[in-house]
Every structure is written in structure tokens, then in C-alpha cells.
Design a binder for this molecule. Structure first.
Ligand SMILES: Cc1cc2nc3c(=O)[nH]c(=O)nc-3n(C[C@H](O)[C@H](O)[C@H](O)COP(=O)(O)OP(=O)(O)OC[C@H]3O[C@@H](n4cnc5c(N)ncnc54)[C@H](O)[C@@H]3O)c2cc1C
Length: 512
């Protein structure tokens, strides 16, 4: 059932599990735990739809490089950031879990095989139960070769057909008798007896409070807010921060156009790199640097996609005119719309044919193409989350956010472009970005974050080197867990949410 703390007063204040945050991780945990027979309280700080007042709780001070994601890359609403994300699903590489010589603090406390069964289970909760697991089978179905290259591995990512988790799981959240989801219930204080959490104080922006209790508390607040909540000062200090690492070693994925790309044989190029849409699922062709090449070049983990510069606006306008005509909404069609559509009609026909017959996204011949690189940040990254002395309207101290990109990370991007230039020489002319290759600081301005917020609450086998243990339990408390990419010790370059969901399912089994 879904309630709103602003308008209702809870009668049920205790359950088997208290899950804080109803984003990708919180919703997955709630659905899975309810289906296992647990009574679950889900406490969500935002409302049913996006509100400026809730969103402004995330306002932060930027101390380092510009970072879009701190403000636009996390959404405080039911569904969390899945109301805006792309829904692209990838596993981390086996290499990301392994300590690498020359990459300090790399690896996880367990191998990838520990997560393998949970990655598989996560697909069902992402609406991807029927997606094709084998890349080779996807290419075979398209009657196209599955091309591989020296030093670069070709592979496919998969995309959730319904990326908004609030919508995807609406029926279960609204109707499952074991779930009570409270909106506008922002966690402001975790009460403890020194050993265990004993209650969670939640507050609305209208000043109403309630205390929720359960034997276990799971915080699923997202990659940045998790560190913020546990950094808030307490009279007894922060027992979970014996290592002093809370908020430290934040990692994002550096996203940038590192080279221009000119295909030698456009048909072959588009057949290899255009997005695939088949049997109701989207797959995106990608490349990654093989582990032995990373070791040989002394790089971090890195991969790329071909980015087709957006001509969507032109097509989008023409498409909406065609849609209005088909649905007889003639009043919405202007003379200019008709002229514009007539001009682009051949392109629209080609696009429809490419999509329906060839099951591929369409890129017009004049489109500009870039090698869009996704680069790992060092596990010992100097980026960090600390607090300012400014409080938000709920009374929590706001964040000072310091994002840094290291010389080693930039060098990884350079090495990758050179490998791609050599390896793809008979596929395309790769023209490296001059600022990147010359080491000009201008290149930093071309580097975006990826809205992938990782690190800050490192998972480790000891409280001297981490904030949570290998079961995601917060050090210093016996019954409190963190389910978020904040716990990633190494973050690779793959989109993180599929791994967060695998961790959520593993945690749910652990608490069984
Ligand atoms: C534009 C964009 C594209 C992206 N594309 C991808 C992609 O393709 N693939 C991928 O893997 N990742 C992608 N991401 C990242 C992805 O959205 C996040 O990794 C994912 O949403 C994290 O899930 P979460 O549950 O940990 O956090 P969130 O989804 O952010 O959920 C956290 C929840 O906690 C709530 N909350 C916060 N503080 C409190 C509090 N004090 N009390 C109660 N509730 C609170 C929030 O309101 C929110 O509902 C993208 C992000 C963006 C912005």
C-alpha cells in the first residue's frame, strides 16, 4: 500500500524490515522481501511525482570540477533516479572484482562469481526476463557477423523496456499486503543503543514526524546521499567511520568524446555499431579494452560506444507531425510542420524501414560520429563528499562535493584512443581529440560525469579499511545495511545499477 506522511498518520510503525529510499535498490529490495513473506516498511523522502521542494534537499556546494550529476543526476521522488535514467544494464567485468597490480586498492572482497546468480535474478526485476543473454545469438538473429578485434572486445549492453521502477513495480508496491510505502518520509535520524539501530526518525517538509522500527534497517539512498546521511554529526561520533574513509574515494565514470570517427565503409560501420532493437528489446554495441591490453598499457578499465551526433530534433519534429496526421489531430499541424515533414519524408521512410525491417536505429549519412569513451576512476580517487555548515529545511547538513579527474585517468583515455585508432584502422579513420593528446587542460571541460555515483562507503573485510562489511552491514551497528553503489570499492566503467540490484538480491537472501 502507498501512503503519504503529510496527509496520513501511520498506525503500523513496525515491520520485519525498514527500507529507506524507494529508488532502484529500495524498490527491488521491497518487492523481493515482500514476496519472501516479510512485512516491509519503505520510507521514501520524495512524493509520488517530482517536486521542487523535495528536489532542493539535494542542493550542494561544488568544490572541485563541474559535476552535473550532483544536481541533475539524482531525483528525490518515488522511483528515485529511475524516473530519469537510461535503463542500460551491464555487469561489471570479472577484472573489476580482482586486485590488479599497479592499481592501488583495486578489487572487491569477493570474486564476480559471488554475484553471478544475482545478476541473473536481477534481470527479471528489471523487466528483462526474456532478453537474449548471448551476444552471438543476437548477431546471428540479425544475420550479421559478430566482429571481434585485437585488444578490443566487442559486446552488447541491454536496456530495460520500462526504465521507471515506480511504474514497473507499481502494482506490487500499491497492492502487496506486505508492503507499506510511505511518501514524504525523509529519514533524518537513525536512533541507536550503541550497538544496534532502534528506530528511524522521519520528517516531512511540513514538519510532521514519525518513528519507524524494525529488526533490520536498509539504507538505499543512492550513491551520494548514503554518504551524506551517515556523515551527519552525532553526539557519540560516527562508529561506522573508524577507517576515516566515509565520503572518500568517490568515483564516477568519465564520459567524453575522445575522437572523431569517419567510417571507411558506412554500411559495414552502421551494421556493426548502430543500436539494435529486436523482439522488444534494445541492445547497444560497445567495445572494451581487454585485460591483457590494460596491463600492457598500464591503464585503468575503459570502454566506448560510437556516439551519433543528435539529429533527433529534426526527425522528432517530422515524426510528431506524421503522428498528428495519422491520429487526425489536424488542428495541431501547421503549414510549416507540413513543409518540414515533406522535406524530410525520404529520411522518415528510410528510418521506418531501418527500424522495422533491419531492426536497427537509423543514423542519417550526414551524422557526425564520435568515439564516446567511458573511463574508470581510480579506486583511490581524490574525489570526496564532505559536509558544509548549511542545513537543509529538514535539518540535515548539506554536501560539499569535490570531483577530481587524475592524470592517470586522462592517460587511460589517451591510450585507449591510440589502441582504437590502430585496431579499427580498416573500419574507420579515428581522429583523436587534439586537446586530449596534447595534455591541454581544455580537455577537462569536455569530460562529463556519467551520473554513476560510486564509492564513499567502501566495502571491506575490516572496519579499519572500509565502512560496510561484505554483507553490506554498516560497521559499528549489528542490524543496519547500505544497499547502494556507494559501497563499490572499484567501479570499472560499466553502468552500475545492475550491480546494485544484484547486491540488493544478495542482501535480501542474507536477511532471510
Ligand atoms: C540521466 C541518467 C541516466 C542514467 N543512466 C543509467 C543507465 O543507463 N544505467 C545505469 O546503470 N545507471 C544509470 N544511471 C544511474 C542510475 O539512475 C542510478 O545508478 C540508480 O538510480 C541508483 O539507484 P538507487 O536506488 O541506489 O538510487 P536512487 O534511484 O537515486 O534512489 C534513492 C532514493 O532514496 C530517496 N531518498 C534520498 N534521501 C532520502 C532520505 N533521507 N530519506 C528517505 N528517502 C530518501 C530518494 O528520493 C530516492 O527515491 C543514470 C542516471 C541518470 C541521472
Amino acid at each position: 500500500m502507498i501512503h503519504d506522511l503529510i496527509h496520513e498518520s501511520p498506525t503500523l510503525l513496525a515491520a520485519d524490515l525498514c527500507i529507506v529510499g524507494a529508488g532502484a535498490a529500495g524498490i527491488t529490495l521491497a518487492v523481493e522481501s515482500a514476496q519472501k513473506g516479510k512485512k516491509v516498511l519503505v520510507l521514501e523522502g520524495g512524493g509520488a511525482t517530482r517536486e521542487d521542494s523535495s528536489q532542493s534537499l539535494y542542493d550542494s556546494e561544488i568544490a572541485g570540477l563541474p559535476h552535473r550529476g550532483i544536481h541533475t543526476g539524482r531525483i528525490r521522488v518515488k522511483g528515485g533516479t529511475t524516473v530519469r535514467w537510461g535503463g542500460q544494464i551491464l555487469e561489471l567485468d570479472a577484472l573489476d572484482f580482482t586486485p590488479r597490480p599497479g592499481v592501488p586498492e583495486s578489487g572487491w572482497p569477493f570474486p564476480k562469481s559471488t554475484l553471478t546468480p544475482f545478476y541473473e535474478r536481477a534481470l527479471s526485476l528489471e523487466g528483462l526476463a526474456k532478453v537474449e543473454r548471448s551476444d552471438a545469438a543476437v548477431w546471428q538473429d540479425l544475420s550479421l557477423p559478430f566482429t571481434q578485434y585485437d585488444d578490443l572486445e566487442a559486446y552488447l549492453s541491454r536496456w530495460c523496456p520500462e526504465p521507471n521502477f515506480a511504474r514497473l513495480h507499481h502494482k506490487t508496491l500499491a497492492e502487496h499486503p506486505n508492503i507499506h510505502l510511505w511518501l514524504h518520509a525523509s529519514a533524518v535520524e537513525l536512533m541507536t543503543d550503541g550497538q544496534a539501530a532502534t528506530g528511524l526518525r522521519c520528517r516531512t517538509l511540513t514538519g510532521k514526524e514519525a518513528i519507524f522500527r524494525a529488526p533490520h534497517y536498509i539504507f538505499a539512498l543512492g550513491g551520494i546521499e548514503s554518504s551524506r546521511f551517515f556523515l551527519q554529526p552525532r553526539a557519540e561520533g560516527l562508529p561506522w567511520n573508524r577507517s576515516g574513509l566515509l565520503g572518500q574515494n568517490f568515483q564516477d565514470h568519465i564520459d567524453c568524446n575522445a575522437a572523431a570517427v569517419e567510417p571507411l565503409d558506412p554500411k559495414r560501420f552502421h551494421d556493426t555499431f548502430d543500436p539494435i532493437i529486436t523482439h522488444g528489446f534494445k541492445y547497444l554495441p560497445k567495445l572494451r579494452l581487454l585485460p591483457q591490453s590494460q596491463a600492457a598499457h598500464g591503464t585503468l578499465n575503459i570502454g566506448s560506444t560510437m556516439s551519433f551526433e543528435d539529429t533527433g530534433k529534426v526527425r522528432g519534429q517530422a515524426k510528431s507531425t506524421v503522428r498528428n496526421l495519422i491520429r487526425a489531430r489536424f488542428s495541431e499541424v501547421t503549414r510549416d510542420n507540413l513543409r518540414h515533414t515533406a522535406k524530410h519524408l525520404p529520411m522518415l521512410v528510410h528510418q521506418a524501414w531501418r527500424y522495422k525491417v533491419q531492426r536497427r536505429a537509423y543514423s542519417p549519412p550526414e551524422v557526425r560520429i564520435f568515439l564516446r569513451v567511458h573511463c574508470e576512476q581510480e579506486p583511490t580517487s581524490r574525489s570526496r563528499i564532505t559536509l558544509t555548515d548549511q542545513r537543509d529545511p529538514l535539518g540535515l547538513l548539506r554536501i560539499r562535493f569535490d570531483w577530481q579527474i587524475s592524470e592517470r585517468e586522462l592517460d587511460t583515455i589517451r591510450q585507449y584512443v591510440l589502441v582504437a585508432q590502430r585496431v579499427l584502422a580498416n573500419v574507420a579513420r579515428i581522429i583523436p581529440n587534439e586537446d586530449l593528446m596534447s595534455g591541454s587542460p581544455n580537455f577537462l571541460a569536455r569530460c562529463d560525469d556519467s551520473n554513476h555515483h560510486m564509492g564513499g562507503m567502501r566495502m571491506s573485510t575490516s572496519d579499519a579499511t572500509g565502512i560496510v562489511d561484505t554483507d553490506l552491514r554498516l560497521y559499528g551497528l549489528t542490524n543496519t545495511y547500505i544497499c547502494s553503489s556507494a559501497v563499490f570499492p572499484s567501479s570499472g566503467f560499466s553502468n552500475p545499477t545492475h550491480t546494485v540490484l544484484a547486491l540488493a538480491l544478495r542482501l535480501s537472501d542474507h536477511l532471510k
